[in-house]
Structure formats: structure tokens, C-alpha cells
Design a binder for this molecule. Structure first.
Ligand code: NAD
Ligand code: DAU
Length: 350
């Protein structure tokens, strides 16, 4: 059997680093090539534990640079792709939509083109695209997103992800490329950039800063521990049916304000503060433009067909997450000071 040289894009980001770590450690016979251009969201410190592994390789390349992409495919004889690299933050997409078109749409099409040309015979190669539940739009207070829910993206971010999903399906249909797509709900856990709700609140509670809650805090998200997402990706990569879509989610819906209050309560206890101290930091701010009301994933297809189950309950996952941020003060300090951006020069010689 052909040895696998798997290109994982966005491996220095939040979810990507957990996928890279899982694959490098679990599959010593695979070569794992992490391609990432290290935007503000890319942090090579996330991969410190595995960076010396003989089956791990890093390539600082932008998805918009086609000759560099071609060179990476040739250099590492790439056999499969797991594509996570993206602009991922909804608020940034509202202020700069074009950056999302460039990376998420054009970057994905570049990668599809380079993979198709390099592989030639598409029979034995997989292009696995990681996507989001936001492509399905916003739910009111009933029902779930299933794999057949019509696409209805509402933000520039979700519009760009929906577009990239459509291109992946178009390449499967038109060129018979082997593809699979997963659409996952909100992830939380270690290594998430502190612009997203949960790490932002953990950071601000620790530093006695305001906790900005958009609107009334009544929007609902469906949360999944990031390592459970990485395990689902491993399962779909190895056992998913080609051409299929799988939704991934934790059946774990929370109103934003309830999450923020839970974080306050747990952190007061951990930091030895009087109960109720951190809740005083909650500050209601102007709502996000076009704020989707509710996301909720029906994950029964991946459960029934592939036997996937989330391993962690939310309370346990949140405890682990808070503990990780408190124990990894250097990581958080390096991110907030910008020092993490020096890691590449210091460890890879620029
Ligand atoms: P992230 O923002 O933490 O990481 C993205 C990574 O991609 C970074 O390391 C960044 O440097 C890299 N990158 C960005 N633009 C690039 C480019 N042009 N060329 C090369 N590399 C580039 O994102 P994340 O939260 O880990 O999300 C990863 C993927 O999962 C994304 O595709 C996202 O849409 C999807 N997703 C995220 C969530 C979530 O809750 N975070 C949920 C479902 C799906
Ligand atoms: O559903 C999957 C998506 O989840 C992913 O595709 C995205 O990449 C990821 O960023 C995430 O999008 P959200 O917009 O749901 O995540 P965020 O952490 O930005 O916000 C979660 C909720 O909290 C949302 O309703 C907005 C709200 N919020 C967010 C921030 C940053 C606040 O109330 N205050 C804040 O400061």
C-alpha cells in the first residue's frame, strides 16, 4: 500500500494543531505535512510537543501562492489533503470580507487545482474539507441542522465557507475527485485564539477586564470539545464514505450569557475569589451585525454510520479548558503580547 503523506492545512491554528498532534502521534507511519502561512491566528507554539517528531514537517506557505503550493506537493509527494486553513472569525469577516474571499474561496480553489494537477489519477487520493455549521444559516428555537438542510449563509464568513464547500462538491462531480466534507459546530478547548467567546472571557476574567456580551446574550451555540472534533476528523478521514457530508456536534446548546456566567462561577472558585465577583465584569455591548440566533447540529449520521460519540461532557470540557489557560499563562501572554509571532524565526530560522 502507498505510504500516506498527508497535507494538513491550517495546522498552526486552533483546531488544526489538535488534528496535527493526533495524526503525528497516532500514525507514526504517515508523514504529516503542516502547511500554514502563520496569520495572526497561526501559532507554532501549539505544536511544540510534536515538532521534533520524524514524521512531522512544517511548510510556511500561503494558499494564495500557487507555485509554492505546487512545490510542497512535489517535495513531499502529497497523497491526501485535510484542509482546515481559513479565516475563521465572524467579526473580522464583517470588517474585511475580502480577506475571507481570498483565503477561504480562492485559497481553497487553488488547493483543489494543485491537488488535481499533481495527483492526475484521482482514484487513490482524498481531499477532505473541514467546514462549519454556519453554512446552514440561523435557526429559531426549534429543529436542528442536518446534512440535507439547504445552505443559507448569513455572514461574510459563512458565505465564504459555503462557497468553498460548493467548490469541493463541484470538483467531486466534475472531475471525479474523491472528497468528503464535515460541518462542525462551535469548538472550544486549549489553544483557541482569545478573540473567540470562551478564551476571551477566560482571559478577561483572569485580568479583571470587562466581558463583552453581544446584544442580550441570548444567542445559542452548540459547543464541542476540540479534541472530540479532531477524533471525528480522524474517523471520517479513515472510514467516511467518499462524496459524503457529515455533521459534527455535541448536542450541547448553550445561551451565550449562560456560558459567560458559568465561566465566572468556575473561575471565581479556581482563583479563590468570592462568589459573584467576576459576574460584575459582564458588560452588554452592541450586537454583532446580522448575528445568527441559534446553531444546533443533528450529529446522528456520524454517530450511526461511523460510531462517533463525543467523549467529554461540557462541564468536564470547560474545567479542562479553564485549567489549561490558567496553567499555560506563557501561551496566553505570548499571544496577547504578539511574541508568539517570533516563534517561526527563532525555531525555523526565518
Ligand atoms: P484558526 O483561525 O484558529 O486557524 C486557521 C489557521 O489557518 C491559522 O493557523 C492560519 O495561520 C491559517 N491560515 C489562514 N489563512 C491562510 C492562508 N491564506 N494560507 C495558509 N494558511 C492560512 O481557525 P480554527 O478555529 O482552527 O478553524 C479551522 C477550520 O475549521 C476552519 O476552516 C474553520 O472554518 C473550521 N471550523 C471552525 C470551527 C470553530 O469553532 N473554530 C467550527 C467549525 C469549523
Ligand atoms: O459554529 C461554528 C463557528 O463557530 C465556526 O465556524 C467559527 O469559525 C467560529 O469562530 C465560531 O463562530 P461564532 O461566531 O459562533 O464564535 P464566537 O466565539 O466569535 O462567538 C460565539 C458567540 O458569542 C456568538 O453568538 C457571538 C458571541 N460573542 C462573541 C464574542 C467574541 C459575544 O457575545 N461576545 C464576544 O466578545
Amino acid at each position: 500500500m502507498m505510504k500516506k503523506n498527508i497535507l494538513i492545512t491550517g495546522g498552526a491554528g486552533f483546531i488544526g494543531c489538535h488534528v496535527v498532534k493526533l495524526f503525528v502521534e497516532k500514525y507514526p507511519d504517515y508523514n504529516i505535512i503542516n502547511l500554514d502561512c502563520l496569520t495572526y491566528a497561526g501559532n507554532l507554539e501549539n505544536l511544540r510537543e510534536i515538532e521534533a517528531s520524524p514524521n512531522y514537517f512544517f511548510e510556511k506557505v500561503n494558499l494564495l501562492d500557487v507555485p509554492e503550493l505546487e512545490a510542497v506537493f512535489a517535495k513531499h509527494a502529497i497523497t491526501d489533503v485535510i484542509h482546515l486553513a481559513a479565516e475563521s472569525h465572524v467579526d473580522r469577516s464583517i470588517s474585511d470580507p475580502l480577506a475571507f474571499v481570498k483565503t477561504n474561496v480562492i485559497g481553497t480553489v487553488n488547493l483543489l487545482n494543485v491537488a488535481k494537477a499533481y495527483w492526475g489519477d484521482l482514484e487513490n487520493h482524498l481531499f477532505y474539507h473541514i467546514s462549519t455549521d454556519e453554512v446552514y444559516g440561523s435557526l429559531e428555537d426549534g429543529g436542528f441542522f442536518t446534512e440535507t438542510t439547504p445552505y443559507d449563509p448569513q455572514s461574510p464568513y459563512s458565505a465564504s465557507k459555503a462557497s468553498s464547500d460548493h467548490f469541493v462538491r463541484a470538483y467531486a462531480n466534475t472531475y471525479k475527485m474523491k472528497t468528503v466534507i464535515t460541518n462542525c459546530s462551535n469548538n472550544y478547548g486549549p489553544n483557541q485564539f482569545p478573540e473567540k467567546l470562551i478564551p476571551l472571557c477566560i482571559h478577561n476574567i483572569k485580568n479583571n477586564k470587562p466581558l463583552p456580551v453581544y446584544g442580550k446574550g441570548e444567542n445559542i451555540r452548540d459547543w464541542l470539545y476540540v479534541v472530540d472534533h479532531a477524533k471525528a476528523i480522524d474517523l471520517v478521514f479513515h472510514q467516511g464514505k467518499m462524496g459524503e457530508t457529515y455533521n459534527i456536534g455535541g448536542f450541547n446548546e448553550w445561551k451565550n450569557i449562560d456560558i459567560v456566567q458559568l465561566l465566572c462561577q468556575k473561575m471565581d472558585a479556581k482563583l479563590g475569589r468570592e462568589s459573584g465577583t467576576s459576574e460584575k465584569l459582564i458588560t452588554y455591548v452592541k450586537d454583532r451585525a446580522g448575528h445568527d440566533h441559534r446553531y444546533a447540529i443533528d450529529a446522528s449520521k456520524i454517530q450511526k454510520e461511523l460510531g462517533w460519540e463525543p467523549s467529554l461532557q461540557f462541564e468536564e470540557g470547560i474545567e479542562k479548558t479553564i485549567d489549561w489557560y490558567l496553567e499555560n499563562e506563557d501561551w496566553l501572554n505570548n499571544v496577547t503580547s504578539g511574541n508568539y509571532q517570533k516563534y517561526y524565526e527563532e525555531h525555523y530560522g526565518g
